[in-house]
Design a protein around this ligand. Sequence first.
Ligand code: XIL
Length: 340
Amino acid sequence: EDLPSLAGTMGDTNLGVAIDSRETTGSASELLLKHFTQITPENHMKPEAWYDANRDFAPHADAVALLDYAQENDLDLYGHVLVWHSQTPEWFFQDASGSPLGTDEASKQVLRDRMKTHIDAVADWIASEYGAFGSETNPLTAFDVVNEVVADGAENADGLRRSEWFRILGEEFIDLAFEYAEEAFNVRNADAGVERPVKLFINDYNTEQDGKQDRYAALVERLIARGVPLDGVGHQFHVSLALPVSALDGALDRFAGYGLEQAVTEFDVTTGTPVTEAKLIDQGYYFRDAFAAFREHELFSVTVWGLTDGRSWRVDSGAPLLFDDSFQAKPAYFGAAGGE
Ligand code: XIL
């Protein structure tokens, strides 16, 4: 098919796609290279992905494949994720005997050290293999430093998720994650003369919904007030056709005044099931309107959470992406590209 590159319609905003190593070859890769300028590792850079069964830091061939692919094809790589409550080894939160860490100062220090050791290991290894951040050979341009730290409900005054990170360290863990990341990515391993080459993002879901959005904004304001080295606000935007596009626009408006970058980090739009021709056409209009809103906000990047429907984590809720399993453009593609 001779379709225009979707990335070509995005101005200065990178168009990203979440992939794993399977998409770095064959027809998937061809499609990707035509339409996208950035990749996010869907799973290969989550905390658990970096460790072997002996708890040793052991970068996997899959992470290498994505970095090599980005480097060889001149794609930016948006890292995902340094500190999260999910897909993280349980031993992060345990003492030497396998019991949960307590909240005494010694236990807190164990977890602080573990976080720092983890972030240092990721940054130092990538820089040792791909060159300093900001140099020609290193594709990494951003990282989700903390993911999903905001609570879903309003029950806590601080608005934060009761994760193991929070239970042991309290809100301090968020500041520390950014401070450690800043040192490891933007100071120690930064190319001389390039200022802060890796943009440090906070990321969350349901930021288009009122209560969650308030809690997210309140946290961002606290981080700014404390001088935390935060570059950008990420909006996952895992939505469905039932959610008005105006809510996405509203979320981007809400965070536009902070002087930070913004990114749409994990966009997908489920149709509901059964998937019908009519719903796929509605989805085309949805992508048209959503991408029109995204273009107005001069975003750092817009990332769709998967290349083809069958590979989506939400496929059971109905065909959420731009391309079908035969690598054909859906109405969603034509809508995103600005067509009717
Ligand atoms: C999902 C992946 O897509 C799945 O393959 C995996 O099994 C679970 O995680 N928010 C995030 C992403 O930040 O990391 C999640 O990705 C989707 C929700």
